[in-house]
Design a binder for this molecule. Structure first.
Ligand SMILES: *Cc1c(COP(=O)(O)O)cnc(C)c1O
Length: 377
């Protein structure tokens, strides 16, 4: 990675678009026989909606999923030809926005369906939409016993849904019995909507097996290099590198403490590096390191080093004593995520999931760099 010629004034988030494209193609291969969508909600999991969506499109993706209608409108401006589903469904009173931007709501309640059908009637057009059934996630979705009402309402208007879908609650644990239960319930819904394309699998569902693929799969986290299935080697390419600037390097003595609450007590003469990154950048306070509980990690030239003391709003401290004479200088960068530290390494320490680490970076004060834009196929 080339150093930028300008002075380092903030952390740097590097998104490898070639890795995103490679991940999409790899998943598309696994789900051969089904269409492979791309879930780009929350600013494409913190990587940047516009650039990342373009990379997936160039790799071959044509079906995209956002959470909100605002995200979908932004995506439409980027990809005029993509098919875009809004997972949050139809926002009340917003039907005309969907029509204007050619967006498809994942309808998930009877009032939503009614409002959409009313829009179809008033425009005298079968506007495309998906139907989302709740097979056990306990979140958005028609209840299963509403399937026959849904069926009757759409039949009476001659409305053909683009897709029926559901979402798995426990796909990250393939052996969980809930997966089989949801699969069976989804198949019972499918039987009531013959010839309508079906979609059940997120990243983990896609990796669990062909039974879950149906006509379309909806990967998110795996596209961005995150771990979808727990307890297994993650086969995806890491796509996100985060480096933060070193502000100060100094000596510290045995018995001195680091940061707020004096939560870390040095038990040896040490050398420390103060880093320009804190919880306001999305570096969770739960990555603080105390003497009894190790904290998050950073790396310098491939050597992994511990964060010590509490994470502050804008600062964190790393113990660099073990670097010996390979001393970093202020203005150099420390890796927070990248080749030495995966998103999931950091998430495990913070007691969260890679999804939350990635989507929190979006809020940070980092400059974003994009490398490796793939050629369109
Ligand atoms: C977020 C989401 C996905 C993608 O899930 P990943 O675990 O990131 O692959 C798929 N479907 C729905 C309904 C979602 O909300």
């Amino acid at each position: 990675m080339a150093m930028p010629p300008s002075p380092v004034t903030s952390g740097r988030l590097t998104i490898d678009l070639a890795a995103l494209a490679r991940n999409w193609r790899a998943l598309d291969k696994v789900s051969a026989g089904a269409l492979t969508g791309a879930v780009v909600k929350a600013d494409a999991y913190g990587t940047g909606l516009e650039q990342s969506s373009r990379a997936f499109y160039a790799a071959g993706a044509r079906f995209f999923f956002t959470a909100t209608v605002d995200e979908a409108i932004a995506l439409r401006a980027t990809l005029p030809k993509a098919h875009i589903f809004v997972l949050g469904g139809l926002y009340p009173g917003a039907a005309s926005l969907y029509v204007e931007h050619r967006l498809m709501p994942a309808l998930c309640s009877l009032p939503m369906l009614e409002e959409w059908l009313a829009a179809c009637v008033s425009r005298n057009e079968a506007l495309p939409a998906a139907l989302h059934f709740d097979t056990g996630m306990g979140r958005t979705g028609f209840r299963l016993n509403e399937a026959s009402i849904v069926r009757r309402q759409i039949d009476s208007l001659g409305f053909a849904p683009q897709m029926i879908m559901s979402h798995l609650a426990c796909a990250d644990t393939p052996a969980h019995e809930k997966n089989r239960t949801q699969l069976a319930l989804f198949q019972s819904v499918m039987a009531q909507f013959p010839n309508v394309p079906a979609s059940l699998a997120n990243s983990a569902g896609l990796m669990t097996g062909r039974d879950y693929h149906f006509q379309m799969v909806r990967p998110g986290i795996a596209l961005y290099g995150g771990r979808a299935v727990s307890g297994r080697r993650n086969p995806m390419s890491q796509a996100v590198t985060l480096e933060v600037p070193i502000l100060q390097v100094k000596e510290a003595r045995t018995g001195e403490t680091i940061g707020y609450g004096a939560a870390y007590n040095l038990n040896r003469d040490s050398r420390i590096a103060v880093l320009g990154m804190g919880y306001a950048d999305g570096f969770f306070r739960s990555l603080s390191g105390t003497n009894s509980r190790p904290g998050g990690k950073v790396a310098y030239r491939g050597k992994v080093l511990p964060i010590i003391g509490r994470i502050s709003m804008d600062l964190a401290v790393a113990d660099i004593t073990d670097l010996g004479h390979d001393l970093p200088l202020p203005g150099e960068m420390m890796e927070v995520l990248g080749p030495s530290i995966t998103v999931d390494d950091q998430a495990d320490i913070a007691g969260t999931i890679g999804y939350e680490i990635l989507t929190s970076l979006r809020l940070g004060r980092f400059t974003r760099h994009y490398v490796g834009m793939p050629e369109e196929e």
